[in-house]
Write a protein that binds this ligand. Structure first.
Ligand SMILES: CC(C)(COP(=O)(O)OP(=O)(O)OC[C@H]1O[C@@H](n2cnc3c(N)ncnc32)[C@H](O)[C@@H]1OP(=O)(O)O)[C@@H](O)C(=O)NCCC(=O)NCCS
Length: 165
């Protein structure tokens, strides 16, 4: 039985490993193993995660069953969009997917931003499971970007949004 709780620094090595495994399982066929390895090394290192954990106006949660970390999710108030929160990451280890962990983590994050009127995210258009998950949780497509994540990643994404409150 997994429960959702706030992440702490001692979870970060496990979260980094979870992200590496889940990214390869999700994106290798879309971007190739090398590109995934490059991006996951850059974005999911323990120092990169530590910076996220330290950020104000942000929530970093994990799903814990007392033995394993089965999922992680991270959202923060937007620095550019007024009254908007951004869902940056939502990942469940492949072996634990489709058991309600994503739903439970999202339910927690959705309640963490009383000042936000909407939540936005970017998702790979070919990631049909994630798009289905977000549609099931009230997100609708509002646009597209050629560079998901930071700078010039070269990764296309659709932008989805959900009203909050
Ligand atoms: C997308 C993801 C976070 C969903 O988490 P999860 O724990 O597997 O999903 P849940 O069990 O909470 O699913 C809740 C609902 O979302 C929808 N859903 C989830 N996975 C789905 C899939 N593969 N296909 C269709 N619908 C799906 C369903 O409506 C589901 O409800 P149901 O199981 O009662 O039908 C998870 O599958 C994941 O980590 N995928 C790989 C990484 C990823 O793509 N992350 C998002 C990046 S933007």
């Amino acid at each position: 039985m997994f429960f959702v709780r706030t992440a702490s620094e001692r979870d970060l090595a496990k979260v980094s490993a979870l992200l590496g495994e889940t990214w390869h399982a999700t994106y290798d066929t879309l971007y190739g193993v090398e590109k995934v390895a490059e991006l996951t090394a850059k974005w999911h290192s323990v120092p990169a995660l530590k910076a996220r954990l330290a950020r104000k106006n942000a929530e970093f949660v994990v799903a814990d069953n007392g033995k394993d970390i089965g999922g992680m999710a991270y959202a923060a108030m937007s620095e550019t969009l007024k009254k908007g929160a951004i869902l940056h990451q939502l990942y469940v280890l492949p072996k634990f997917q489709r058991q309600g962990i994503g739903r439970d983590m999202f339910a927690e994050l959705e309640t963490c931003f009383p000042d936000a009127e909407f939540m936005q995210l970017e998702v790979e258009p070919e990631n049909h499971a994630a798009v289905a998950f977000y549609e099931a949780h009230g997100f609708v497509k509002i646009g597209e970007t050629a560079n998901c994540g930071d700078g010039q990643s070269g990764i296309p994404a659709i932008i989805m949004e959900k009203p909050l409150g």
